[in-house]
Design a protein around this ligand. Structure first.
Ligand SMILES: Cc1cc2nc3c(=O)[nH]c(=O)nc-3n(C[C@H](O)[C@H](O)[C@H](O)COP(=O)(O)OP(=O)(O)OC[C@H]3O[C@@H](n4cnc5c(N)ncnc54)[C@H](O)[C@@H]3O)c2cc1C
Ligand SMILES: *[C@@H]1O[C@H](CO)[C@@H](O)[C@H](O)[C@H]1NC(C)=O
Ligand SMILES: *[C@@H]1O[C@H](CO)[C@@H](O)[C@H](O)[C@H]1NC(C)=O
Ligand SMILES: *[C@@H]1O[C@H](CO)[C@@H](O)[C@H](O)[C@H]1NC(C)=O
Ligand SMILES: *[C@@H]1O[C@H](CO)[C@@H](O)[C@H](O)[C@H]1NC(C)=O
Ligand SMILES: *[C@@H]1O[C@H](CO)[C@@H](O)[C@H](O)[C@H]1NC(C)=O
Ligand SMILES: *[C@@H]1O[C@H](CO)[C@@H](O)[C@H](O)[C@H]1NC(C)=O
Ligand SMILES: *[C@@H]1O[C@H](CO)[C@@H](O)[C@H](O)[C@H]1NC(C)=O
Length: 615
C-alpha cells in the first residue's frame, strides 16, 4: 500500500496510477508531481467527506484529482481497524487533540479529531444512524433549495452497502434490517456486530419497560424509539473508513492521487472585479518546505478539512470577517462574516454504573489477561467476539416521551424567548421539532467505565451517555493568529441558553430511570457517577454544568445558508464571493441532526459530487 515506489522518474509528469503518495517518504516525487501538474480538483483534507467526493469526481477519467491530507494512512493500524478500540486514538499521533476555550463553568473540554486518512470516520464510535426526516428537510427550509430529506436520503443510500445479518446472530440477538431502507451497493459497509454485550441487549428491554417504542425501521426517516444500530464495519468485522471504502477499491485509477503528510497552510486566492478565485493550495511537506498544488484555470478547490479546520483555512486565505482578518494583517479577499460562526455540537453527560459480580464489560479486558488473550485470538482468527463490538443499541426519544406534563409546561415557558446566539429561523425550526415529537434526547451505553471518583480493581462498569440532540446555543471557531500552527479558538458556548442546561439536566436525570428497570436491576449494582446524592433539579443542573461534554459532532462553521443569513456556501456549496472554492464536509450543516453525523458527511459528499459534475 505504500505506492511511492510505483512512481518511476519518468512518469511523474503524467499521473500514472491512483496512488497513495506519502510525502514523508516521497517528498521529491511529491514536489515533482506538484510542479508538473495542474489539477481539475484539489481536495483539501482526506477525511470522511473529502475522500468520498474525490473518488466520485475521479469517476470521470479525464479529470485529474488530488487530495491533500495532513495525516497518514490508517491501513493496517489496529487503532483504526479494530471496532473495540474506537476512542483509543485519543492523544496518539492520529489525534489533532484540541481543547475548547473555557466555557461558562471555567471548564475546558477536550476535543479529539482524526488526523489520518478517513478523518473522523477512522476514529469515531462506528455508530451508523440516519437522522429524522425533519432534520434534513430543515436544511432546505433554511433557504437552500434541493437540500431536503428526499435528495439526501438518496445520497446517503448511494454511500451505503448494508450487510444482512447472518441467521444465527439474528436468532441470538433479534437483529433485523429492512433492506428497502438501505443502500445495497455503495462503498461504505454497514453491519451489525456479531457480538452484542448483555447490557446492550438489555437496553432494549429497559427501554420497552419505560414505555419507549421498539423501532424496526429506523433508517428511513423516523428514528424515534429504541433500535438495533448498525456499525460502520465490514462483513469481516473490521472498521470501515472512507479510506478503505472509497479509496482502496480504486487504486488502479490513473487520475487520482492521495497525498498523505500533506499539510495545507492556506489557499492561493486572487481577487478581481468578478470575485475571488483560487489557483491552488499551499502544501507544507514534513521537512518544512512548501510547494503549491495548482488547479487548472477552470478547476476547483474543495475544502474538506472538517468543521474545525475549514473555517481556519478560509480565514488564513483571506475569506472571513473583515475586522478579524484585519486584526491579523491578513489581506481581505472576501468579507464573509459567517465564516466560523453558527458552530454547534451535541452536548452530553455520562452516568457510570457498576455491574454485579460475574457480569463483564470491556473493563475486564484490562484486568483479565486470559479473557484479553482469548478475545484477541478469536478476533484474529475468526473476526468474532468482543473486539468486533463498538456500539449496538440506540435510543432516541422526544421531549414528550421523557418529560412529565408539568415539565412540558416549564419547557414551553423556557422556549418562549429566543436565546441570543441562535437565528430566529433555526430557533423556530427546532421548536417545531420539539412540538412535533422529533427526538431531542439520545441514550446509549458505553461498554466501560467513563468517569467517577473511584474505579475499583477487577470490577466491570458500564456508562450511559445522554445527549441533547438540538441545543440552542451557538458558538464560534476562529483563528487566533495568522499561522496555521496555532489551533483555532474553539468556543462551543455550551449551555449558554437556559433551555440547553435545563433540558440536559432533565434528560440526564431521566437516564437514571433505565437503571431502575427490572431488566437493568438484574445486572447492575450501584450508580458510581454522579451517585445517588444527586437528586434535585439544581443538583442535576450543577452536575451538567461541571461535567458537560461535546458529542464530537461539530457542524455549522461554513454554513449552507443564504448569504444574507450569515451563510458561507450557496446551494452548490460554492463559497460566496468566489468562483471556484467549495466546501464539502460537515462544516456546511446549518443545523444539527438527531443522529450521529458520519452518515450526513457521506451524504453531503455524494450530493456535492453530483452537483459539481453537473455544474
Ligand atoms: C471521537 C469521535 C467519535 C465519533 N463517533 C461517531 C459515531 O460513532 N458515529 C457517527 O456517525 N459519527 C461520529 N463522529 C462524527 C463523525 O465521524 C464526523 O462528524 C464526520 O466524520 C466528519 O466528517 P468531515 O468530512 O466533516 O471531517 P473529517 O472526517 O474530520 O475530515 C477532515 C480531514 O481534513 C484533514 N485536515 C484538516 N486540516 C487539514 C490541513 N490543513 N491540511 C490537510 N489536511 C487537513 C484532517 O486530518 C481530516 O482527515 C465521531 C467523531 C469523533 C471525532
Ligand atoms: C484532556 O487532555 C489532556 C492532554 O492533552 C489530559 O491531560 C487530560 O487528562 C484530558 N482531560 C480529560 C477530562 O480527559
Ligand atoms: C454464525 O454463522 C457464521 C457463518 O454464517 C459463523 O461463521 C459463526 O461462527 C456463527 N456464529 C455463532 C455465534 O454461531
Ligand atoms: C428481553 O425481553 C424479552 C421478552 O420478555 C425476553 O425474551 C429476552 O430474553 C429479554 N432479553 C434480555 C437480554 O434479557
Ligand atoms: C501561493 O502562495 C504561496 C505563499 O504565499 C506562494 O509562495 C506561491 O508562490 C503561491 N503560488 C501560486 C501559484 O500563486
Ligand atoms: C466581525 O468580527 C468582529 C470582531 O471580532 C465582531 O465584533 C463583529 O461582530 C463580527 N461581525 C459579524 C457580522 O459577525
Ligand atoms: C477471566 O476470563 C476467563 C476467560 O473468559 C474466564 O473464564 C474467567 O472467569 C475470567 N475471570 C474473571 C475473574 O473474570
Ligand atoms: C484481581 O484478580 C487477579 C486474578 O484474577 C488477582 O491476582 C488480583 O490480586 C486481583 N486484584 C485485586 C486488587 O483484587
Amino acid at each position: 500500500m505504500q505506492f511511492g515506489l510505483l512512481f518511476s522518474s519518468f512518469i511523474y509528469l503524467s499521473i500514472a496510477s491512483a496512488t497513495l503518495l506519502d510525502l514523508s517518504t516521497s517528498a521529491d516525487i511529491g514536489k515533482k508531481i506538484l510542479a508538473g501538474n495542474q489539477f481539475d480538483y484539489v481536495v483539501v483534507g482526506g477525511g470522511t467527506a473529502g475522500l468520498a467526493v474525490a473518488r466520485r469526481l475521479s469517476d470521470d477519467s479525464s479529470k485529474k484529482v488530488l487530495v491533500l491530507e495532513a495525516g497518514r494512512s490508517g491501513v493496517g493500524d489496529s487503532l483504526v481497524t479494530v471496532p473495540e478500540r474506537s476512542f483509543s486514538f485519543i492523544a496518539t499521533d492520529i489525534d489533532w487533540l484540541y481543547q475548547t476555550q473555557p466555557q461558562a463553568s471555567g471548564q475546558q473540554i477536550n476535543l479529539s479529531s482524526g488526523k489520518v486518512l478517513g478523518g473522523d470516520s477512522a476514529v469515531n464510535g462506528l455508530v451508523w444512524s440516519r437522522p429524522h426526516k425533519a432534520d434534513w428537510d430543515d436544511f432546505e427550509k433554511l433557504g437552500s433549495p434541493g437540500w431536503n430529506w428526499n435528495n439526501l436520503y438518496a445520497s446517503s443510500r448511494k454511500s451505503e452497502k448494508v450487510n444482512i445479518p447472518a441467521a444465527n446472530f439474528t436468532a441470538q440477538y433479534g437483529y433485523s434490517v429492512v433492506p428497502a431502507s438501505h443502500g445495497s451497493s455503495g462503498p461504505v459497509e454497514a453491519s451489525f456486530p456479531p457480538f452484542l454485550p448483555l447490557q446492550h441487549q438489555k437496553l432494549i428491554n429497559a427501554s420497552v419497560e419505560l414505555g419507549h417504542k421498539f423501532n424496526s425501521d429506523p433508517y428511513s426517516g423516523d428514528n424515534t424509539g429504541v433500535w438495533f444500530g448498525l456499525s460502520s464495519q465490514t462483513a469481516r468485522n473490521d472498521r470501515e473508513t472512507s479510506e478503505f471504502a472509497y479509496f482502496d477499491p480504486v487504486l488502479s485509477r490513473e487520475n487520482l492521487i492521495i497525498a498523505s503528510h500533506a499539510f495545507v497552510t492556506k489557499l492561493n486566492v486572487t481577487t478581481t472585479s468578478s470575485g475571488a478565485s483560487s489557483s491552488g493550495a499551499v502544501v507544507r511537506f514534513p521537512d518544512g518546505s512548501s510547494a503549491t498544488a495548482q488547479v487548472k484555470s477552470n478547476g476547483q478547490v474543495i475544502l474538506s478539512a472538517g468543521t474545525i479546520r475549514t473555517p481556519q483555512l478560509l480565514e488564513l486565505s483571506g475569506i472571513g470577517n473583515k475586522t478579524l482578518l484585519n486584526k491579523f494583517n491578513i489581506p481581505v479577499n472576501v468579507d464573509l462574516p459567517g465564516v466560523g460562526e453558527n458552530y454547534e455540537d451535541h452536548t452530553l453527560t455520562i452516568l457510570t454504573y457498576k455491574l454485579k459480580p460475574g457480569f463483564l464489560s470491556f473493563d475486564a479486558l484490562g484486568y483479565n489477561d486470559t479473557l484479553r488473550k482469548e478475545q484477541q485470538n478469536l478476533y484474529d482468527t475468526q473476526r468474532l467476539g468482543w473486539l468486533t463490538f463498538a456500539q449496538g443499541v440506540l435510543n432516541f426519544e422526544s421531549a414528550q416521551s421523557i418529560l412529565t406534563s408539568d415539565e412540558l409546561a416549564t419547557a414551553k415557558e423556557l422556549l418562549s424567548t429566543k436565546p441570543a446566539s441562535i437565528s430566529q429561523e433555526s430557533f423556530d425550526l427546532i421548536k417545531n421539532k420539539i412540538n412535533n415529537g422529533v427526538p431531542q434526547a439520545e441514550f446509549i451505553l458505553f461498554n466501560s467505565f467513563s468517569g467517577g471518583p473511584t474505579k475499583e480493581p477487577n470490577t466491570s462498569y458500564v456508562s450511559m451517555a445522554v445527549t441533547h440532540l438540538h441545543p440552542l446555543s451557538r458558538g464560534s471557531i476562529h483563528i487566533n493568529s495568522a499561522s496555521i500552527d496555532d489551533h483555532p479558538l474553539i468556543d462551543p458556548n455550551v449551555l449558554d441558553s437556559e433551555w440547553d442546561q435545563w433540558f440536559l439536566a432533565k434528560a440526564t436525570a431521566y437516564g437514571r430511570r433505565f437503571f431502575e428497570t427490572k431488566a437493568f436491576q438484574e445486572i447492575f449494582d450501584v450508580e458510581v457517577f454522579p451517585g445517588t446524592a444527586t437528586q434535585t433539579l439544581d443538583q442535576w443542573k450543577d452536575f451538567v454544568e461541571h461535567n458537560v461534554n461535546i458529542g464530537y459532532h461539530s457542524v455549522g462553521t461554513a454554513s449552507l445558508l443564504p448569504q444574507a443569513k450569515n451563510g458561507v456556501v450557496d446551494s452548490n456549496l460554492k463559497v460566496y464571493g468566489t468562483s471556484n472554492i467549495r466546501v464539502v464536509d460537515n462544516s456546511i450543516m446549518p443545523l444539527l441532526v438527531s443522529a450521529h453525523t458520519q452518515t450526513t458527511a457521506y451524504a453531503i459528499a455524494e450530493r456535492a459530487a453530483d452537483l459539481i459534475k453537473s455544474a
